[in-house]
Design a protein around this ligand. Structure first.
Ligand code: CAA
Length: 318
């Protein structure tokens, strides 16, 4: 089980929130544990989030905009579960059990009875804002509305609802079944009870490690990671070194599991560009501005592994 970070002097608010939560649980107006989860969006991140929730034994409803996207999302979950079985991380019967726990739907109304909904749609404010408006309409008080945004301030999404106190960021990392981290982001208006319920869920049910970030574009990880990825793209763009040598430099010289250009392909170049734009909008620092090569590759549809070609050619292996 993941260790809870030590309380420290500044955690008085959290301790108080935990006491309040215990009191409210005793009065039974807060469910003891989250068991019914919704996921909106079944792309790279949404499918991974749905998978880890189902593998934790939770009942999951996944909502996508259309049947085609839904079928692709289902195939992604199936492929990842098969890989987990191949690698000995999941018993063969665990695959069928997990799939049985996931319902796939195109109707937001099917999220009405969820205790937690995680939004994982494309990294665009207008699209996420519309999802939050709909989630506010179909779910009632007591349902935590979380965004898996990589970079958009949570406050902006929370203000699309009538209950910003129940909105927060839960930022997972790709590949979700493998990466242990979740960034937990509270806005100025997130209730302590919401934060404690979400923390318990991530740590005790999903067994992932939480780091807490203030509500600033990029949070902790992307504020550090994106300028690094953009520097690698600029290095390649300027002819300073080849993609293979830049990546080998970081893999062989710094023991990173993959180099920055291969990692950009894994994340998706459209996502890298969107996160860079959010960071640039917020801080106006030139190092956050997407380099022209990144924009051109996005315009060309060379988005990385998910389409088979980005900085590298995957020959259909995605
Ligand atoms: N379920 C459970 N475990 C799985 C799995 C699955 N579906 N698929 C793979 N695994 C396990 C494997 O069993 C293996 O575990 P062990 O090390 O215990 O043997 C491990 O995951 C690695 O798997 P593979 O052997 O298949 O793959 P690999 O060794 O080539 O590693 C990688 C692939 C995990 C992607 C690795 O290259 C890596 O860690 N890369 C960096 C990823 C990263 O930085 N992600 C963060 C991106 S940033 C982001 O997501 C946020 C954002 O907002 C942009």
């Amino acid at each position: 089980m993941a260790e809870r970070p030590s309380s420290g002097a500044s955690n008085g608010g959290t301790d108080l929130a935990e006491r309040r939560l215990a009191e409210r649980r005793a009065e039974s107006d807060v469910p003891a544990v989250i068991q019914r989860v919704g996921v909106v969006g079944c792309g790279l991140m949404g499918s991974g989030i749905a998978e880890v929730c189902a593998r934790a034994g939770l009942n999951v409803v996944v909502v996508e905009a259309g049947q085609e996207a839904l079928a692709a999302g289902r195939r992604r979950v199936e492929a990842s579960l098969a890989k987990a079985v191949d690698r000995g991380k999941l018993a063969p019967e665990g695959r069928a059990d997990a799939l049985e726990l996931i319902a796939f739907s195109t109707r937001m109304a099917d999220l009405a009875d969820r205790e937690l909904v995680v939004e994982a749609v494309v990294e665009r404010f207008d699209v996420k804002a519309a999802v939050f408006e709909q989630l506010d309409a179909v779910t009632g008080p007591g349902t935590i509305l979380a965004s898996n945004t990589s970079s958009i301030p949570i406050m902006r999404l929370a203000m699309m609802t009538r209950r910003p106190e129940e909105v927060l960021g839960l930022h997972f990392f790709n590949p979700v079944p493998v990466m242990r981290l979740v960034e937990l982001v509270t806005s100025l208006l997130t209730d302590d009870t919401t934060a404690v319920r979400a923390t318990d869920f991530v740590e005790q049910v999903l067994h992932k490690r939480i780091v807490r970030s203030k509500d600033r574009a990029g949070f902790i990880v992307n504020a550090l990671l994106i300028p690094y990825l953009l520097s690698a793209i600029r290095m390649m763009e300027s002819g300073f070194a080849t993609a293979a040598d830049i990546d080998a430099g970081m893999v062989e010289g710094c023991a990173h599991p993959m180099g920055p250009l291969a990692l950009s392909d894994l994340i998706g170049l459209d996502t890298v560009a969107a996160v860079a734009e959010s960071l640039y909008d917020e801080f106006k620092e030139p190092l956050y501005a997407p380099p022209p090569l990144l924009d051109r590759m996005c315009e060309a549809g060379l988005l990385g592994r998910k389409v088979g070609r980005g900085f590298y050619d995957y020959n259909g292996r995605v």
